[in-house]
Design a protein around this ligand. Structure first.
Ligand SMILES: Cc1cc2nc3c(=O)[nH]c(=O)nc-3n(C[C@H](O)[C@H](O)[C@H](O)COP(=O)(O)OP(=O)(O)OC[C@H]3O[C@@H](n4cnc5c(N)ncnc54)[C@H](O)[C@@H]3O)c2cc1C
Length: 453
């Protein structure tokens, strides 16, 4: 039986460990912190258990929902409540877009998101020249103008990457946009009547996916998940790898490095230096989530918050502190039900974009106050929350800048030259949970494929 070590117990590492165990390997998963799950994490606000990391997954990509179903978790979908854009002094309806690129200019005009000049430019569409790899911002600005990028693309892309539209690669982040943006008609094919919902979640929270994965691993012979085990160095040996940890050394024939790019770069510097050099170039954005619980019957709370929206996005040009707020009680039936038992409405704000680390380097209560000030200005909410929880995600989101796909190809080529080694996680094939799980499946398939060939 082959012995495999997986470094990092986020959803990628957990999924890779499961695939390796399914293939009959002995598996040791080494996780630096005292819990597995990485950015899938539960927290408690006023006694209500909620996600304080990822809260949803794209349904179209099957890896997330498939894995959740295999683990017996109930899949749910967001309610029909839609998000607003808080810009130019009002909460405005979000028109139909492809990651901020408008699909209907009449509808866009009705929302009032753009000023008059911005609207004139959006109508004066110019077709971008084909480019091997342009940024999302560049492509959309060429076609629809800068204001569409500033007030629509930035907040939508910021919600996923906490990044800047004029840096993020369209090919890596929104490949569908690359196909459509240079066509005379900017339209999406109509969705079939029985189209599945775009997003899914797990009833009770996405954190359950990580906990169920770990529980599944614990139940298997020959599999160990070790917490508090930071991997400090990796070197090659005759039969595979020596893996140095905070409290000793492990050996492995197969090794999967499933950490974010900065630690992966450090760990691979000896065994795959070319991959390490590339991984060092991947930048990360830090973000913080502030989860707030309000008493539903406090004066004005329902009137301000319970208005049928699932929250709002904030364009950076508007100069606010929060970049988005998710009214979790309105977006997820399970959050509403869990809060209602205690007469609470639970929501969260998110702060921090790439390059704005300084705004997060303040005490927790300042992040709470900043969130309350923006919520008050956006919705008129004046109530004091009964509880607030701040979860920081320093270096939380990799930035898929122009050139990212080529960089990932070079990383994979360098890693493939080392027999028995593979990498996976959010730095490679997409930052979303399903893509991250997909990268784990791919890493293990490549390892096992190489072993049998
Ligand atoms: C605030 C936030 C909200 C998000 N919301 C969503 C969402 O709603 N939907 C969605 O699809 N995606 C979302 N994402 C993205 C998604 O959650 C992540 O990209 C994904 O969970 C990353 O999984 P991972 O396993 O690659 O990495 P991580 O979750 O970062 O896990 C890596 C693990 O490696 C461990 N580690 C690091 N170094 C070492 C070492 N030397 N030795 C041992 N262990 C080590 C870490 O402790 C960590 O547990 C969100 C991300 C953030 C930050």
């Amino acid at each position: 039986m082959q012995r495999a070590v997986v470094v990092g117990g986020g959803v990628a590492g957990l999924a890779a460990a499961r695939d390796l165990a399914d293939a009959g390997c002995d598996v040791l998963l080494l996780e630096a912190t005292d819990r597995a799950g990485g950015k899938l994490r539960r927290g408690e606000v006023a006694g209500v258990t909620v996600d304080v990391g990822a809260e949803a997954m794209i349904h179209r990509r099957p890896e997330g929902v498939d894995l959740a179903r295999e683990l017996g978790l109930p899949i749910v979908h967001p309610t029909g409540a839609t998000s607003r854009v808080w810009t130019r002094g009002a909460l405005r309806r979000l028109p139909r877009t492809l990651m901020g690129a408008p699909l209907d200019l009449e509808e866009l005009e009705e929302t009032g998101i753009l000023g008059e000049e911005g609207m004139v430019r959006a109508r004066h569409q110019l077709l971008p020249q084909p480019d091997d790899d342009a940024s999302v911002g560049e492509l959309v600005a060429t076609r629809f103008g800068d204001e569409v990028v500033d007030r629509l693309v930035e907040p939508l892309l910021g919600g996923v990457y906490a990044g800047q539209a004029r840096h993020i690669s369209a090919t890596a982040a929104v490949p569908q946009l690359v196909d459509l943006i240079a066509r005379p008609e900017f339209v999406l094919p109509p969705a079939p009547a029985d189209a599945a919902p775009v997003f899914a979640g797990v009833d009770g929270g996405m954190w359950r996916l990580a906990e169920a994965l770990e529980a599944d691993l614990h139940g298997r012979p020959g599999v160990e998940v070790r917490h508090g085990a930071t991997v400090t160095a990796i070197r090659r040996t005759n039969g595979g790898f020596a893996v140095g940890t905070s409290d000793g050394e492990e050996t492995a024939e197969l090794l999967v490095v499933a950490t974010p790019a900065p630690p992966a770069a450090r760990l691979l510097s000896d065994v795959a230096p070319a991959a390490a050099d590339e991984l060092l170039q991947v930048c990360y954005a830090s973000v913080a989530l502030v989860t707030l619980a309000f008493r539903a019957d406090d004066g004005g709370v329902r009137e301000a918050l319970d208005v049928g929206a699932s929250g709002f996005l904030v364009p950076p040009v508007d100069g606010r502190q929060v970049k988005a707020s998710t009214f979790s009680f309105a977006k997820w039936a399970w959050v509403r039900a869990a809060g209602e038992e205690q007469g609470l409405l639970v929501l969260r704000t998110s702060l921090g974009r790439f390059g704005e680390q300084a705004t997060l380097q303040v005490p927790d209560d300042q992040l709470v106050q900043a969130s309350l000030a923006d919520l008050a200005a956006a919705t008129g909410l004046t109530a004091t929350p009964v509880d607030a929880v701040v979860q920081r995600w320093g270096g939380g989101l990799p930035q898929y800048w122009v050139g990212h796909l080529d960089r990932v190809a070079r990383v994979r080529a360098a890693v493939a030259r080392v027999p028995g080694l593979a990498v996976c996680g959010a730095a490679y094939d997409g930052v979303g949970v399903p893509a991250t799980i997909g990268s784990a499946h791919r890493a293990v398939a490549e390892l096992l494929g190489a072993r049998s060939s």
